[in-house]
Write a protein that binds this ligand. Sequence first.
Ligand code: TXA
Ligand code: MG
Length: 312
Amino acid sequence: MLITQFQAHHLLTRNEVIGVPTETVYGLAGNAFSETAVAKIFEAKNRPTFDPLIVHVASHEMLSEVVSHVPEEYLELMQHFWPGPLTLLFQKSTEIPDLVTSGLPKVAVRWPAHPEFQALLQSLPFPLAAPSANPFGYISPTSAQHVMDQLGDKIGGVLEGGECEVGVESTIVDVENGEFKVLRLGGIAVEDIERVIGKKVAVQTSSSQPAAPGMLDQHYAPKTKLWWGDIQEGLKLFEGKKIAVLSFMASEGDYFNQPLSARGSLTEAAAHLFKYMRQLDGQGWEVIIAEPLPNIGLGRAINDRLLRASIK
Ligand code: TXA
Ligand code: MG
């Protein structure tokens, strides 16, 4: 069911959980100060409780209630990329239940840019914990309809906010002893972060890193087998199967082709990624062959998602 801002506000105040639009992907939001609401998020998504949630704020006052202090190293990043698709790790305040951070001492915080979501946050006296609004392990939703299709019967409703402009989740950054680390590639390119802070950052997105338990190897996956690699190699490997090719730009050949961006824009490709994966997943193919994109800018985040969605 689609709901209004007014209904969204009312449901959240009663510790219900709802779908909300963000510029990255739709989120499944609940009162981050309420263990009851947070437990409902984990339950609706069927998400293991060892995978912590991102807390969303839309004011400096709210931020100061969520974190125990703001490291100086973050100030430039906050100034450049908030509101926007950047999540930062902070020492958590005592108001944040351990369930939100899966018992970790740090909490992941983001100030989202989507106008409807910001307005909702600013109308509430508490921040919102919100993971992507997909069943655990499946493709993230980039429209209200995606959320209704998959979680509609488990949640209070979805606030409509159009199609997500960025299309991949936020970039997650941590700082420890002055050293920056990217824990998840996402909507802000690593190159842009390095430009703002004036130094190189380490990218540590492997699932073996205990600091980011959510970065599991198999994630964002369609039900259809997805193979990630060179198109010609994939065609040979799966000869005789019903094949769809998810390419960067248009690809000529004797197969069904879905380009992510005909004009070769990585920004457009990111915005289309999850929508096209979902569409292909519903079309009865035996195999989806997905091509690696140029490994620069948003291409890195897209490649990360395709790799995790793929059979190994
Ligand atoms: O763009 C986004 O970030 C979206 C929208 C809804 O804001 N949210 C999102 O949430 O992608 P989710 O739950 O699907 O992914 C959150 C990731 C997980 O991989 C989780 O492990 C990591 O953030 N994370 C959350 N809190 C963390 C923490 N305290 N330490 C390390 N990783 C954390
Ligand atoms: Mg997710």
